[in-house]
Design a protein around this ligand. Structure first.
Ligand code: APR
Length: 382
């Protein structure tokens, strides 16, 4: 006998959990199937910068208690290179919006607790092995579940997107970052992007005692080749501590290679299967848009599914894919803009030309109010 639910959600990341919570608020019967254990998903450190729209969604739907209590508003970023440094206070630019820094694993923990409080059903350690989009049936080890609708929120390597025959637009941007999590307070009050001949380095606050750093490395680099001392030495160099002051160093608790990739599915629907989050649109972390796109899509889909289920009105559901697509591509475009601002070839015939173009773009960002407004609007919004 197949297990029944009105909406089945595959995956308990930000996309699946925001969707589940919003549907439960509308009294829709939901079941989430998650491959990992509860402990695993609640401790997996990923993103941490929530844009203005994400904070609004969490607030309007009663999901903001943890974020309000433990999150930090953040409104400045800095760019530094051999010529100096400048800071942008984006609360005074564009639409005046700011980020809320709240580590993703804390948000996921809050969302699971609230979802259960709202009477939602969730099963951990249940890897889905097959989805039939026509009958809205999913199979997992030794079992089956069937619903009116299935939503794939299982990330870019999940099985949901493989059940959607639409075209894909995949791109490896040819850049990789060593993503480092340090048990150390932030070294500066800003998010900092440093350009150096050795490659890009980034600094992003995660909380009073934890800081995220990025170092551009070769895509095939082995993280094991980066012991703590090598990481800190390279960060000191690329962040130019001799000029801008020391870093607050501490033990490195995570180091992994992140390849900057995009992978967008052309249609977010096939039959009774819908996609949201990374399953629909993987985006490189260069502008911290991944979790924000996931939350935007989850809100739209929750409204559309509720219309279909409670009011028999499928118009928003039929338009879901076309409503999301331009927003996804706006985010992809800005993310790509950031990639080309922060990286270029180290050598080769084009390296010097591209370096000079990046220099000119940075000068323009430093000096032009119009350029700064463009940056702020895209950096915090979608
Ligand atoms: N069956 C069940 N669950 C699965 C399966 C499967 N076959 N495959 C993957 N999952 C689960 C994963 O274990 C994970 O918990 O789906 C979840 C997907 O979560 P995320 O990768 O966080 O994706 P999403 O919710 O779309 O979040 C998007 O948030 O993590 C950030 O920056 C990241 O861009 C990403 C964004």
């Amino acid at each position: 006998m197949a297990e029944r639910a009105t909406v089945l959600i595959v995956g308990a990341g930000p996309a699946g959990l925001v969707l589940g919570n919003l549907l439960r608020a509308n009294r829709v019967d939901t079941l989430i199937l998650e491959r990992g254990s509860r402990a695993r998903v609640q401790t997996r450190a990923r993103a941490g910068f929530l844009g203005a729209n994400s904070a609004r969604v969490l607030t309007e739907h009663g999901l903001d208690a943890g974020m309000l209590h433990n999150g930090h508003l953040h409104a400045t970023c800095a760019f530094r290179d051999g010529n100096g440094q400048f800071e942008l206070d984006y609360s005074r630019l564009g639409r005046g919006e700011v980020h809320t820094v709240y580590p993703q694993q804390h948000l996921v923990t809050d969302l699971i607790a609230e979802y259960l409080d709202r009477g939602g059903r969730i099963r951990f350690e249940v890897p889905v092995t097959h989805i039939d989009p026509q009958t809205a049936t999913v199979s997992y080890n030794g079992g089956e579940a069937q619903a009116r609708f299935v939503v794939g929120c299982d990330g870019s390597n999940g099985i949901s997107r493989r059940a959607v025959p639409a075209g894909r637009h995949a791109r490896d941007h040819g850049v990789a970052w060593l993503a480092v999590l340090a048990q150390a307070p932030p070294s500066m009050g800003t998010t900092t992007y440093a350009m150096h001949d050795n490659g890009f380095a980034g600094h992003m606050a995660r909380g009073p005692h934890v800081t995220r750093y990025y170092l551009q490395v070769e895509p095939d680099e082995d993280p094991a080749a980066w012991p703590d001392e090598r990481i800190w030495a390279e960060l000191r160099l690329r962040m130019r501590v001799d000029r801008f002051g020391p870093l607050r160093e501490g033990p490195v608790t995570e180091r992994r290679i992140v390849r900057l990739r995009s992978d967008v599915v052309d249609s977010l629907q096939h039959g009774r299967l819908f996609l949201a989050g990374d399953a629909a649109s993987l985006i490189s972390p260069s502008a911290a848009k991944g979790a924000n796109l996931a939350i935007m899509e989850a809100e739209l889909l929750a409204g559309a599914l509720t219309d279909a289920l409670a009011r028999d009105d499928e118009r928003a559901l039929a338009a879901y894919s076309t409503t999301c697509r331009p927003r996804i591509w706006r985010a992809q475009e800005f993310s790509h803009w950031m990639i080309t601002l922060l990286h270029g070839p180290a050598d080769g015939p084009d390296a010097q030309f591209q370096r000079l173009l990046r220099r000119a773009r940075l000068d323009s960002l430093r000096d032009s109010r119009a350029h700064q407004d463009f940056f702020a609007e895209n950096y915090v919004g979608i």
